[in-house]
Structure formats: structure tokens, C-alpha cells
Design a protein around this ligand. Sequence first.
Ligand SMILES: [Cu+2]
Length: 312
Amino acid sequence: MKLAILLLLVSIMSFANSVDFKSHFFANGKEIEGMDHIMIMPNTPTLIEVYFSDPRTNEVYKEFKVMHGKYMHMIVSNKDLSVFKHIHPYFDPITGRFSITLNLPYADPDNQDTSSALVKPGMYMIMTDVIVKGVGMRMDHAMAMVKGQNSQVQLQADFETNGTIEKFFYRDNESIPTYKAIFNKKIINGCSGNIVKFEIEMFKYEGDQYVEMLDFKPWLSEAAHAVWLSEGYMNHMHHNMPFAHMHSPFFMDDDNDDSNDVVKDNVLRFNFHDKKKMLHGLQKMWIQFKHLDKIMKIPFVFLYEPQKPRGC
Ligand SMILES: [Cu+2]
């Protein structure tokens, strides 16, 4: 029973390879075709537009459902996973187009990542996530190359003791890091893949000690969001992208304003059914939450070597 509920809660996403859905990506008005990538000048404003059509009729989809407060979620990440941006393009219901200008600052707090999205040279993946009305949740992606001398950074696992990672994070330029996080994961092996349960215990520095953090502000209707990508994900992107987008819930009271909504405790919980698509080896995961009107982004690098389940 518990497992069934968990499976329901797990967000399962598949990348588009369907007969009813085709995506069209443009960078500065030029279409990024299929496996091609577009060349982008570093730190130069670049207009990204996306629309989706039904390949059977060439009809452009114009009706979308809001998902976690937005019509579209866009993730931009580079090959070595040193860059991660979470962006929300704007939707025009007349044309069915989503658009956003990368490398341009927006006043919109949900788009604080656009200002320096494509600065570091190298290959990038631009991933989009929408719910088309009457069709369902669809993801797709396009590649972009940022020009310049590409220096790849080797991913380094965070230090683990007995499977636990303890990390400190700065909020601004304070002398003592504001946040402390204790990261744990549990893997439940299954024949159709593994269920991975992440627990991240959050503390904040107050007075002269770290205390349990309970004052998360709802961000896009959740206490926290997380994205997990496997090292080498760009080599596996066509059908089963090793990509997970997860949410840790906020518990709402019934008064229709979010002022009294709470988290249960100081633990953020993310669950994912990996459907065998996550690669073994090093992984990077970013959690995002809103605290004192700033959206924080905290990365973890960990090893994922699930055992083969028995009796399948
Ligand atoms: Cu989003």
C-alpha cells in the first residue's frame, strides 16, 4: 500500500518520441533542427522560442496546463554539469509560442537564472517540460554550443560518510555559511527500476548555531524543487534521458492564502522511480527553495550504484 502511494507521488516524465507531439526550437529566429545545435556567443542576449505541433495535422498546440505554477519549465545545463539554470519562458496563447531571452536579466524573480544562462563555453542542453491539454506531459530538448575555449571540469563526488553528505552553503558573502544540509538517499530495488528516496535535512545559522530550518517560502507551490542528472547524460538523450525533476511538498492549511502554510519538519523529501534510465556512476542534483525572498540553489554530487534486484 505504502509503495503504491509512493509510486503515485513519484513524478514520472518521459521524453517526447510520440506520434502526437513534435517540438520546434529556435535561437534568434533560426530553427535548431533535430540533432543539430545552434552556436551562441557567450553572454550575448539570445532569444529562445519553442512551439509544439501535432505532426499528423501540423496543428500548433495552444492549450497548456499550469504545472507547478508555470506553463513551461526550462532547464539549461552543460556537458560537465557545472552549469544548471531553471527558467520559465513566457507563453503567448495567440501563437502558441513560448519565449525567453537568455543572457538578459529579468525583474521576474522566477527568472533570476536567465541573466547569465549561457556564459561558459561548451555544449548545452535546453530541456523543456510542458503539459499539453488533451495530450499529457511532454518533455523535449535542443542543443546549443556556446563559443569559446572549452575547459571541461571533472565532476567530483561530495565527501560521504556512511552514505551521508554534510555540506555548508553561503547565501551572499557572509563570513559563516547560512545553510547546512545533510543529504541522504535510500534505494528500493525493483524489477522495473529503483525507487530512490532522498532526504535533505536543512539547517540555518541563527545566533551562533545551526538551527532547524522551517521557514521555507512556497516556491511554485512546493517547498522545494530538485533536478537530478547523471554524468554523461548528453550521450543518452534520445529516448531515455537520465533526468529527474522532483518536488518536496508544502502542507497547506485551508485558508486560501499561503501565509500559514508549513513544512512538516526541516527535511526536504524527494522521491523518484528511475525506470532504469538513470546511469550508474556520478550524479549531480540541485535542490531549489525560496528563503527570505531569494531562491537558493544547492548542488550535491553523489555516487549511484544500485544493486541488481533479485528474482526478476
Ligand atoms: Cu520550473
